[in-house]
Design a protein around this ligand. Structure first.
Ligand SMILES: Nc1nc2c(ncn2[C@@H]2O[C@H](COP(=O)(O)OP(=O)(O)OP(=O)(O)O)[C@@H](O)[C@H]2O)c(=O)[nH]1
Length: 544
């Protein structure tokens, strides 16, 4: 049996294809399901984060509101005239301990901008002037309390935002401006956002409307403007500064894939932001994806194994057919060993192979027959005659029986061709062959040697005279007129006959017969000549 390389083997290839298909489709299915789940989950997580963000913004809003309300209440509760006394403002502020709970520090400036009170540090009272500070000038021009831009306090050196509240006397003159400071670096205010941060490394941050960072886990960035930082403003931040509120999935400045949300604090325009790294947000899904790979691979392997078994079983008849064909090829079985009754493709293949083999055998037979036959007369050809003669000579040598050959040539055949045409000549050849065949025994081998030359092999000859009688018989058989194309033609033949001497070869014997034929022709044609001549007086006779 011929070895079939495993990779070229149909079973192996089908198994590989099935395994690969199952694997790819399982992986694609799992990925599609996980991607859908991830999208769904992103929506849920994003919405939840945004809700968190909104509550953080609401919390800041309420906290700022509470601080402003407190500061306003204290400003309104003061008697402007009594505040004119030196130390009166300081004393007034100190009477309101709740201010310390709400603010990092509360200071007061007189109408000229001079610091007149400070809850936490009194050292610069009377010397420090806030007259040129934006929070002072803006409050003066606004005639009401403001929330300042974030800045680094000259008094404390800390990053702060100030809430201000002016106090006017009955005549409408500015008496003092109270300013409550919120320390952006202290947990008391923005630090309250910390518990809301998502995941392990997620965080919240706060931006002023102009992009100044008010709060960030990296405290070095506080008071910096995002537009002035290395790397510039990220597109998502840019959108938020332009008014966008909501969440999207985008990389952070540090290149971390994250869910990023933004929400404004209405009263100040501050933007609360949240960053939730996707790796943490989707951690369960990522774990699920990893966990899904093993069952998927096992499933594909199992499908491959089952596929191999199924294929093995389904292809078994094909394997049987292959084995049977190999046996037929080796000559160990007949073509009928094939199962032609199957109703599937293997049956069709068997029938096709069977009929092809039969057809081929018939064609081979026909080829062999044509190779042995003279196509015009249907007699044996020269090759067959020579082979038969060789065998007959061998047999004769062994058995001592007598073998002879007759060499015939139609007399003046060229003339028949020339006079009546080649086609008529062919008809004469056919009729000549028929008469010759009919004249000798069926066991004698008759062949067309070439052109108008014929040969006959006689075996088991009796007396020598018998050969002469045969020669005569042949000559006489040709004498009746040949009817060819409605024309009566007189056709005669000359025959040379030779008896095989013991041990003579084929060519020598044929040469002898040919020489006898030549002699018969020379003697006037329409006769025969036998060599060696028969011993009796009939010998060497040219018969007419
Ligand atoms: N019609 C036909 N003619 C053939 C065929 N094969 C050979 N011939 C012709 O047969 C003729 C044979 O002539 P030869 O045997 O040489 O001479 P001949 O005319 O028979 O004269 P002798 O043999 O001397 O009696 C030639 O003209 C060949 O062309 C054939 O298959 N068909």
């Amino acid at each position: 049996m011929r070895f079939v390389h495993p990779v070229k083997n149909l079973k192996s290839r089908l198994t590989v294809v099935i395994t690969a298909l199952v694997f790819v489709s399982s992986v694609l299915l799992a990925l599609a399901a996980l991607t859908l789940a991830e999208r769904e989950m992103a929506g849920l997580v994003g919405d939840r984060e945004f809700a968190l963000l909104s509550s953080a913004a609401g919390h800041l809003e309420r906290d700022l509101d509470a601080k402003r309300t407190l500061l306003r209440a204290i400003a309104e509760g003061a008697h402007p005239d009594s505040l004119a006394e030196p130390g009166a403002v300081q004393a007034y502020l100190e009477r309101h301990g709740t201010l310390r709970e709400q603010f990092f520090n509360v200071v007061a400036f007189d109408a000229s901008g001079t610091l007149v009170a400070s809850l936490t540090d009194r050292r610069q009272i009377g010397t420090f002037s806030g007259a040129d500070r934006p929070y002072f000038t803006q409050t003066v021009s606004a005639h009401e309390g403001i929330v300042s831009q974030p800045f680094r306090s000259k008094l404390s050196g800390r990053p702060v935002v100030l809430l201000t509240e002016p106090v006017y006397d009955a005549a409408g003159r500015l008496v003092v401006i109270l300013a409550g400071g919120i320390d952006l670096g202290q947990p008391s205010f923005l630090g309250q956002l910390e518990p809301l941060k998502p995941g392990r490394s997620g965080y919240l941050f706060l931006l002023a409307p102009d992009g100044t960072i008010l709060h960030h886990p990296d405290t070095r960035r506080i008071l910096r403007k995002v537009s002035e930082e290395a790397g510039g403003v990220m597109p998502t931040t840019q959108r938020a500064l332009a008014g966008f509120e909501g969440w999207s999935r985008a990389p952070t400045k540090a290149g971390v894939d994250a869910l990023i949300g933004y929400k404004r604090v209405p009263s100040t325009g501050w933007i609360v932001g949240i960053v939730y790294p996707a790796a943490e947000a989707f951690a369960p899904l990522i774990a699920l994806r990893r966990a899904a790979m093993l069952p998927t691979t096992l499933l594909a392997l199992l499908a491959g194994l089952l596929g191999w078994l199924a294929i093995h079983r389904l292809l078994r008849p094909l394997e049987t057919l292959r084995t049977q064909i190999a046996r037929v090829e080796r000559g160990e079985a007949d073509i009928d060993v094939l199962d032609l009754s199957r109703r599937d493709e293997v049956g069709a293949l068997s029938r096709a192979f069977h009929s092809l083999t039969r057809l081929r055998a018939r064609a081979d037979e026909e080829m062999a027959r044509l190779a042995r036959t003279d196509s015009l007369t249907g007699l044996h050809n020269r090759r067959v005659f020579e082979a038969e003669l060789d065998k007959a000579l061998l047999r004769a040598n062994r058995s001592g029986s007598r073998v002879a050959v007759a060499y015939l040539d139609i007399d003046r055949f060229k003339q028949i061709n020339d006079t009546h045409g080649h086609a008529t000549g062919d008809l004469v050849l056919v009729e000549f062959a028929r008469r010759l065949r009919a004249t000798v025994r069926v066991t004698d081998t008759v062949a067309r040697q070439a052109g108008d030359e014929f040969v006959v092999l006689f075996e088991h000859l009796g007396a020598s005279e018998e050969l002469a009688a045969l020669g005569r018989k042949i000559v006489e058989a040709m004498r009746p007129a040949f009817l060819a194309d409605s024309i009566d033609l007189a056709v005669t033949t000359s025959v040379g006959l030779a008896v095989a001497a013991p041990g003579i070869g084929r060519d020598a014997l044929l040469r002898q017969a040919d020489e006898a034929l030549y002699a018969a022709k020379a003697a006037g044609r329409d006769g025969y000549r036998v060599v060696p001549p028969p011993p009796l007086d009939t010998a060497n006779t040219l018969a007419h």
